[in-house]
Design a protein around this ligand. Structure first.
Ligand SMILES: [Zn+2]
Length: 454
C-alpha cells in the first residue's frame, strides 16, 4: 500500500525531515519499504495501490514512556503532593483492579484513548494484581498497540490489600514476563516494575534486578520526584549514597531502565544514570500537578542523558502526549525566566563579580535555554524509541522501520487554516492546541488501530 500525504518526522534526533508531497510504501509485513517524494516513490512502485490522504499529514506514532493504567479512572484529583495523594486517591483506585473484568474494561478504554490521541507505543505500570495485568496484555495484543507493561511490585508502606510478599511478587512477575515478553514479534514486552524505592524492600528490588537481567526485560520505576520522597528514601536506605544508588545496588540500573521524573538528581546520580545507559522520563504536567518541581530538561539533554516523555496518568491529567510536549516547552521556558529573574536580583546586590558567579552556580541560576516544540516532538517519537533501545525499529518515518505512523489533520486545530503551513508552525499548533479530533488514524506495523469516526 502506498500512502500519499505531507510527511513530517525526526531525521537523526536533532532535526526534522519534511516532504510536502510525500509517499510511504508499507509492505504486507508492516514495514516501510520506501519513504520520499511522491513522484519518485510512485515511479518506483507502479503497481502499488494508492491511498491519497492529501491535504492530511503523516507523522510517526507517539511514544508515551510512563503512565499508570489503573490510575486512569482517578485522573485530575488535585490538592496534594505525591505521598498524601497516593494514599488519598491512587491506592483506592488501584485496589479496584482486584476485579479482572473491571481491569480489562479499564485497559480497553485506556488503549483506545491513547491510540485516539496518536500514541502508538505505550510504556505502562499495571496494578499489583497479576490477573489484571494479564488481561491488560490481552487487550493490548488485541488492539494492536505497541506496549511495554508490568505488574507493579510493592511489599511495604502500602495499604494491606495492595501489599504482597517479595517472593509472591517476584514469582508472579516472572510468570507474566514468561507469558508476554517478546510476544507478537516483540510488539509486547515486559517491564519489571518496582513501584518506587519506598514501597519496596531491598530483597524485592534486588530480586527484580536479577529477573530483569535474566530475561532481558525492561525495568521501570520512579526516582527523585519530590523532596519529601527523597528524604524518606534516605531514611529507608541509609547505606545507599543517594536515591539512584538504591537502584544501582539492586542491579536495576541498566540500558533497559526507564526512570520516571528525575527532577532533583544530583551530579553524581546523573553521572551514574548516564554511565549505565538508563533513561529518564520527563512528565512535566504531572510534575506541575503534584507541585514536584521543574525538571531541568535542557541541562539533562546537554549532559547527554537519554530523555523521553511520559503523561504519567493519573498525576498527569490525560493521555495526551501533545499536551505533554507543550508543557515540556512551557516548563523549560518558566525555568529559564525564573533563573534570569533571580540572577537579575543577585546582580542588583552589588556583589563582587567572582562572588556573584559563585552564588549563581551554587543557586543554579545559569539560565538554560527553553526547549522548542520541534525538540519536544523528537523526544516524543525517536527519543522514546531510543530510550527503549528500539530506534532502529520505530520512532521515525524511514525505510526499513516498522510502519508505526499517524494521520493528522492540522486544519482541525487551526482557527485560520489559510495560515502558513511551514512545518514548525504546524507542529506548534498541534502541540499547543491538541485535540483528539486532529488524529484521523493510527497505524502500528502497518495495521490500522484507530480511525476517527466521522
Ligand atoms: Zn508515575
Amino acid at each position: 500500500m502506498l500512502f500519499r500525504a505531507h510527511l513530517l518526522g525526526p531525521h537523526d534526533g536533532m532535526r526534522l525531515d519534511e516532504v510536502a508531497d510525500g509517499a510511504l510504501v508499507v509492505d504486507p509485513a508492516g514495514r516501510f519499504t520506501a519513504v520520499g517524494p511522491y513522484e519518485e516513490v510512485a515511479a518506483a512502485h507502479p503497481g502499488e495501490e494508492v491511498q491519497d490522504l492529501r491535504p492530511l499529514w503523516i507523522l510517526p506514532g507517539l511514544v508515551d514512556l510512563h503512565s499508570h493504567l489503573p490510575q486512569y479512572p482517578a485522573v485530575a484529583m488535585d490538592g496534594l503532593e505525591l505521598l498524601p495523594w497516593l494514599e488519598a486517591h491512587i491506592f483506592p483506585a488501584e485496589q479496584r483492579f482486584e476485579d479482572p473484568d473491571y481491569a480489562a474494561l479499564a485497559a480497553r478504554r485506556y488503549f483506545r484513548d491513547q491510540l485516539g490521541l496518536g500514541t502508538t507505543t505505550t510504556v505502562v505500570y499495571g496494578s499489583v494484581h497479576p490477573e489484571a495485568t494479564h488481561r491488560a496484555f490481552q487487550e493490548a495484543e488485541r488492539m494492536g498497540v505497541r506496549c511495554v507493561l508490568g505488574k507493579v511490585m510493592m511489599d511495604r508502606n502500602v495499604p494491606d490489600r495492595l501489599r504482597e510478599t517479595a517472593e509472591a511478587s517476584l514469582a508472579q512477575s516472572e510468570e507474566l514476563c514468561a507469558a508476554w515478553h517478546g510476544r507478537d514479534g516483540g510488539r509486547l514486552q515486559y517491564a519489571f516494575t518496582p513501584r518506587f524505592a519506598p514501597t519496596c524492600s531491598a530483597a524485592l528490588l534486588s530480586g527484580a534486578g536479577r529477573l530483569a537481567e535474566r530475561h532481558s526485560a525492561y525495568v521501570q520505576t520512579h526516582v527523585s520526584e519530590n523532596v519529601q520522597e527523597i528524604r524518606w528514601v534516605r531514611e529507608l536506605f541509609p547505606e545507599a549514597l543517594d536515591y539512584t544508588d538504591v537502584y544501582q545496588r539492586a542491579g536495576l540500573l541498566g540500558p533497559r531502565t526507564l526512570l520516571g521524573h528525575g527532577i532533583h538528581l544530583s551530579p553524581r546520580e546523573r553521572g551514574a544514570i548516564l554511565a549505565a545507559g538508563a533513561s529518564i522520563v520527563h512528565c512535566p504536567r504531572s510534575n506541575a500537578f503534584l507541585k514536584s518541581g521543574i525538571m531541568p530538561l535542557r541541562r539533562w539533554l546537554d549532559e547527554g542523558l537519554s530523555v523521553g516523555l511520559g503523561t504519567d496518568v493519573g498525576a498527569g491529567p490525560s493521555l495526551d502526549l501533545w499536551a505533554e510536549m507543550a508543557m515540556a516547552c512551557t516548563a523549560s521556558g518558566l525555568r529559564w525566566a525564573g533563573q534570569k529573574a533571580q540572577r537579575g536580583r543577585l546582580e542588583g546586590l552589588g556583589l563582587e563579580e567572582a562572588e556573584r558567579d559563585r552564588l549563581c552556580r551554587a543557586l543554579d541560576l545559569e539560565p538554560d535555554l527553553p526547549i522548542a516544540p520541534a525538540q519536544a516532538f523528537i523526544l516524543a517519537t525517536l527519543g522514546g524509541a531510543r530510550a527503549l533501545g528500539q530506534a532502529d525499529r520505530f520512532g521515525s518515518l524511514e525505510a526499513g522501520k516498522d510502519a508505526d505512523f499517524i494521520v493528522v489533520d492540522p486544519a482541525t486545530v487551526d482557527p485560520d487554516p489559510g495560515r502558513s503551513q511551514e512545518a514548525e508552525q504546524v507542529l506548534c499548533r498541534l502541540l499547543y492546541r491538541s485535540d483528539a479530533r486532529m488524529v484521523r488514524a493510527a497505524y502500528v506495523r502497518g495495521r490500522l488501530c484507530h480511525r476517527l469516526e466521522a
